[in-house]
Design a protein around this ligand. Structure first.
Ligand code: RIB
Length: 310
């Protein structure tokens, strides 16, 4: 079958520095590079690298970044027939700083992503029938997101929402359209209104998402693993140890690979383990799409992990 991603495509402008400057301060960085990113495109690449047919619906600008972004997606075998070149505007960009410990902070300038509207949804309708999942994030306007989520729900496709970047509140009628929601601790905290600083808080947040109408809530806890809950089951996905140098796109790897694993017929818990491994492996390399693992890397890591823990 196949996966559809409706979302953002950015060029990431990445600065590496030993520490972030305080307000009004200048610090020297030690490296700068540009690399294809955007939460939508990253999730599409993560799924495609797992060998699943993946369609991306979105927009790039009529600039040189747009050409580079499309060429990269083509090379990585993401179907981009549904990506529009919006020649009146620049492509989306993300200004990213990565500190020595691998933590990052990101400012996204939406550019063409901000122009997505219900007309873009038309490019998704013909491919819905053969899809198993629709992946959404919040770097494009909410109105077309609600439209596609409604369409996918009617078509019986699994709707996966990564609520990133998280607003203070999402429309109440969006939650019942979501099969799987995947906030990290910060995003979950914004949406439920209390800090997620221990396991109990993660469980409580997950329960709130279920009460709001979501079928499966997954709270991504970074290096501490993830908590998941459905009406009938819940539990922790363990952290998978790696030497992290850069956390950019780890969450995207989780979502893309989890969706691909579900498409390949794995159970929810198996898919969550694959997603968590992909997220961990992504932190071991620099960049966004350049850091995403392929099928062999995920399965090799899993076999090694099982052997080491027998
Ligand atoms: O999730 C990581 C992504 O967030 C980056 O690639 C950047 O483009 C921003 O969208």
């Amino acid at each position: 079958m196949s996966i559809i991603v409706f979302g953002s495509i950015n060029m990431d402008l990445v600065a590496q520095t030993s520490r972030l400057p305080k307000a009004g301060e200048t610090v020297l960085g030690n490296n700068f590079f540009t690399v294809p990113g955007g939460k939508g495109a990253n999730q599409a690449v993560a799924a495609a690298k797992l060998g699943v047919k993946t369609y991306l619906i979105g927009r790039v600008g009529g600039d040189i970044f747009g050409e580079e972004l499309l060429e990269n997606l083509r090379l990585l075998e993401v179907n981009i027939d549904g990506v529009l070149i919006d020649s009146n505007i620049n492509s989306g960009t993300a200004i990213i700083t990565v500190e020595e410990e691998g933590e990052n902070s990101i400012i996204v300038i939406p550019g063409a992503n901000g122009n997505l509207d219900d007309s873009d949804v038309q490019r998704l309708e013909p491919i819905l029938a053969n899809a198993t999942a629709l992946l959404l994030q919040l770097e494009v306007p909410l109105s077309p997101i609600q439209t596609v989520a409604n369409l996918a729900k009617k078509a019986g496709i699994t709707v996966i929402l990564d609520p990133a970047p998280a607003p203070d509140r999402l429309p109440d009628d969006l939650y019942p359209l979501i099969d799987i929601i995947t906030p990290n601790e910060t995003e979950a905290a914004r949406l439920v209104g209390f800090p997620i600083n221990n396991e109990e808080a993660a469980e409580k947040a997950a329960q709130i998402f279920l009460n709001w109408g979501v079928k499966t809530a997954i709270i991504k806890l970074g290096s501490k693993g993830a908590f998941y809950a459905t009406k009938n089951q819940s539990g922790f996905i363990p952290p998978f140890p790696v030497k992290a140098i850069n956390t950019v796109a780890a969450g995207d790897a989780f979502n893309g690979v989890m969706a691909a694993a579900l498409d390949r017929g794995l159970s929810l818990v198996e898919a969550l383990n694959w997603g968590a491994i992909a997220g961990a492996l992504t932190t071991t390399k620099m960049g966004a799409q350049t850091a995403l693992p392929n099928l062999e890397e995920v399965t090799n890591y899993l076999s090694q992990f099982i052997m080491n823990n027998q």
